[in-house]
Each structure stands twice: as C-alpha cells, then as structure tokens.
Design a protein around this ligand. Structure first.
Ligand code: SF4
Length: 238
C-alpha cells in the first residue's frame, strides 16, 4: 500500500493528492459507519498510534509532486486520520515540498482532544462528518466506540468552527437509513454554521445510496448555504 495516492479529481477539494497517515488494511478507526467504503471489518481503536513513517510519506509525495501539479493535499485514508500520532510531523515533512493548501477529512470524534486541537492549525481546510442529530442516530449510523458520544463530538465540532481561522466544512452522508432525518440534520448544520456543506451518499452496492435526483432535491433544505454534492462534479477517487 502507498501512503500517498493519486492525483485524482476530488469532488470535495479539486485536483488532489491523497495522503493516508494510517495506511492499513483492514482499516483503523474509532467508528464503524454502516456505509464505510472500507468495509465493516477493521480495528477499532481510540488511542493515537504511529502507523507510517513521515520520511516514507515525504519520499512518496515528492516522487509524484516532482511530476504533477495539484490543487490540494487531501489527508484522508484507511481510517480516521487524527488517529495518527505523527500527523503533525507528516504535515511538516510535506510543507517543505509544496505551497498548495492542505485539507483533512475527519469523522470529528477527536476534535475535542488538546493535541488534535493544536494540529487543526496545520490544515487550511477541515471537512468534518455529521450524519445524525442525536445519540441514537449516531449509534445507528456511525456505530462509535462505546467511549465516544454524540454530544461531545458535536460540542467539539462547534468549538472547531468557532476557533478555526481556516475553512471548516460539514459533510453529511445521506443514505436510506437517515434520509428521513434530512430536515433535522439541515437545521442542525445551519445552527452550527460551517463555511460550506458537502452532501454525499454511499457509492457501493451493499448500502443503498440516494440517486442524483434524490440527493440534489435535499440541497433545498440547505438554502442560503454554500452546498456541493458528490454529484456536482464527476468524481474519480480511490
Ligand atoms: S469514519 Fe470513515 S473510515 Fe471510519 S468507519 Fe466511518 S466511513 Fe469508515
């Protein structure tokens, strides 16, 4: 497996080079979302660990960046990227190679930790997942480790938006299991007040996703906000 992949056209952030600070199969995460593109298996952990060496990430990124121009480095991998204890060191190693913005796609559950809070400054764009409006929905859709609660995760997302100088975007994954809550989810997102909203839906046969029309119809609920859907641009991702 490579710690750096692409470039690819990311529907979220543009022409991106992916950085995977976990780089494990099966995945390493603190949630087991029902729609996870990495499958239902995996190792559930809540403590941070060192999964890849920063010199290796730098070497792999350099090889591609010497040949390709990209819009952004997108940290998103085989699990929750903030579980990587050396994330800051990886960012530092890569900052020397390029001036493009750095974005991270996170499930938001670790944003309340002091060490993670400091590392948020490493990123120009933070994309945070939010698929539920209460503990029940969170447990049903995201199936967190028992120590993680919706209430604390939501509070940390609010704090991140209040404190961050960069772009903080909320990404909602809509599927048949939570689409009935779309009204309430949109109200909550409006109340949180992110800079943008991304609407996604599973792209795998195991979990029924929404059609382009079904997802596009939901955009109206987020009127007045800067919204993009996974169907806005043709995406080709790992
Ligand atoms: S947070 Fe991401 S990697 Fe983790 S289980 Fe959910 S979808 Fe999969």
């Amino acid at each position: 497996m490579k710690t750096v992949y692409g470039p690819y056209r990311s529907w979220r952030l543009g022409y991106a080079l992916g950085v995977d600070p976990i780089c494990r199969q099966p995945k390493v995460c603190n949630l087991k979302c029902v729609y996870c593109r990495l499958g239902c298996g995996g190792i559930m952990v809540t403590e941070r660990g060192r999964f890849v060496d920063e010199d290796r990430v730098k070497e792999e990124a350099k090889e591609i960046l010497d040949k390709e121009k990209v819009d952004v480095l997108e940290f998103r991998g085989t699990g929750e990227p903030f579980l990587a204890k050396n994330l800051h060191e990886i960012v530092r190693a890569l900052r020397g190679l390029t001036d493009v913005p750095f974005g991270i796609v996170t499930n938001g559950t670790m944003l309340g930790r002091d060490d993670v809070r400091k590392e948020l400054k490493d990123f120009d764009v933070i994309v945070v997942k939010l698929d539920a409006v209460d503990e029940d929905g969170f447990r049903r859709t995201n199936r967190p480790h028992h120590s993680i609660t919706f209430e604390r995760t939501l509070a940390a997302i609010r704090d991140t938006i209040a404190e961050s100088k960069g772009d903080v975007i909320i990404q909602v994954m809509f599927y048949k299991g939570n689409v009935a809550l779309a009204d309430r989810i949109s109200e909550l997102v409006r109340d949180i007040g992110p800079s943008k909203v991304f609407l996604s839906t599973p792209q795998c046969p195991e979990i029924p996703g929404l059609s382009k029309k079904e997802l596009t119809d939901l955009v109206e609920l987020f009127s007045g906000m800067d919204v993009r859907t996974i169907y806005t641009e043709c995406a080709k991702e790992r």
